[in-house]
Design a protein. Structure first.
Length: 430
């Protein structure tokens, strides 16, 4: 449904704050984990090696606008709208490279909490050429449920980080024409309950301050495999309540954006955050705030944030052609993916190789090793097939290292040495 009352004014009304009750949340974690487990992904997972990728078509050159979300339900609507050309798995992170709203992007789930957000943002900036960062997710707010807050700055309680001026200026234009924001959602979202519709038309509100809190005491908040759309990939339990001081009344409250903003500032990269309100005013069910409202409306708010972030990318492409995706990539329609060497496998192996290209014979060897790794990962644990494929992968890594050592052309000495070391290390790993 189209929003008719979107606005770009700052907020001056009192804000609600979140309280995380450990005992209540433990039960909600367990229930939500069971309820949302079993949802599949449309992407073919590549082997868990940063030099490998599942690719569709040819490589998409950078730079890439980085689009971040904290948990699966926040990332899902963005991923569904993205033409993914490359999927890279490394550790507990997956990079989805492709095009969204005409822009070249890399989508990443950072995980919940300040520590996870900062760590993942640094990793993305090390791996890719990034002109800007966009965060899309949910938040608590004094705004109405379903609204999308676009704060002009974010604070972590010790410092404030202004959004990129040019990015925020584009975000302020999104109210005209209005972005389509949803009003109705199943409650609970998963498994779907009865449809509930808001009495108000959600709007976009740009301005004010967002605040990110850390209820985890500086520790990383681990995700849980099978944890579903919110806690997807193990969730630790809250050990301390999150209560915002009464004197601080932010326009949006989350646990990630300020950490992303701090890392972005240190790297000289502009950012902007879009936060759909999951717990706030205008609840037709009259639920008692967080966490009850969050678990009822997170899907609606995540979808509205994603719709706004996508509209932002489309508008920004009109202002900055450097982020636009080549037309030939947009015309690719095949969804079949193949395990190959990652398009930037050289940079993934070593930052000394940023912008470097290994000889094609070496890259073919890396692709061969990646294929064997994928076969090994798909085989039954402990099976002959698993070991045979793993052994072939080690041989392929070794052959690629030898080919690079013998090559007369290729990267500079420092990069070449780093690549040979990375390939030989993989060849020796069992």
């Amino acid at each position: 449904m189209k929003s008719k009352k979107n606005s770009t004014r700052s907020i001056s009304t009192p804000r609600a704050y979140r309280v995380l009750a450990p005992g209540a949340l433990i039960a909600l974690v367990l229930v939500a984990g069971v309820a949302t487990a079993g949802r599949g992904t449309r992407d073919l997972a590549p082997p868990a090696d940063p030099l490998c990728a599942a690719r569709v078509g040819t490589c998409l050159p950078g730079p890439y606008v980085t689009v971040l979300s904290a948990f699966p339900a926040e990332l899902a609507p963005l991923l569904a709208a993205t033409h993914v050309t490359e999927t890279i798995a490394t550790g507990d992170r997956t990079y989805h490279v492709g095009t969204l709203a005409g822009a070249r992007v890399v989508l990443v789930r950072v995980g919940i909490g300040l520590v996870n957000a900062a760590t993942t943002t640094r990793a993305v900036l090390d791996r890719f050429e990034v002109p800007a960062i966009v965060f899309s997710g949910v938040a608590g707010s004094g705004l109405n449920i379903g609204d999308v807050a676009v704060p002009a700055e974010w604070s972590d309680g010790t410092a404030s980080y202004p959004a990129g001026a040019s990015l925020f200026a584009v975000a302020q234009t999104l109210a005209s024409p209005p972005v389509v924001l949803e009003r109705c959602t199943p409650v609970p979202p998963d498994p779907p309950g009865p449809m509930v519709c808001l009495d108000h038309a959600p709007r976009i509100v740009a301005g004010g301050e967002g605040q990110s809190e850390d209820p985890f005491g500086g520790s990383a908040f681990a995700c849980m495999p099978g944890g579903g759309q919110v806690f997807g990939c193990d969730e630790a339990l809250f050990t301390t309540p999150l209560v915002l001081p009464a004197a601080v009344v932010p326009d949006a409250t989350d646990m990630e954006t300020a950490a992303v903003a701090r890392v972005a500032r240190d790297a000289g990269v502009p950012y902007v955050g879009f936060r759909g309100v999951s717990d706030g005013g205008g609840d037709p069910l009259g639920l008692p705030g967080f966490p009850a409202q969050f678990f009822a409306y997170y899907r609606l708010s995540a979808d509205n944030a994603a719709a706004t972030a996508t509209a932002f990318l489309a508008a920004w492409v009109e202002h900055d052609a450097s982020i636009a995706a080549p037309a030939r990539v947009e015309r690719v329609t095949s969804s079949r993916s193949h395990v190959e060497a990652a398009c930037d496998w050289e940079r993934a192996a070593s930052l000394a190789c940023a912008g470097a290209r290994a000889p094609r014979a070496v890259t073919r060897g890396v692709a061969r090793a990646c294929g064997f790794l994928a076969t090994s990962a798909a085989a039954s644990p402990g099976s002959t097939q698993e070991e045979k494929a793993a052994r072939r992968a080690r041989k392929a890594w070794q052959k690629a290292a030898r080919a690079l050592t013998r090559a007369q052309r290729g990267p500079e000495a420092d990069c070449r040495k780093a690549l040979v070391n990375a390939l030989e290390t993989r060849a020796a790993t069992r």
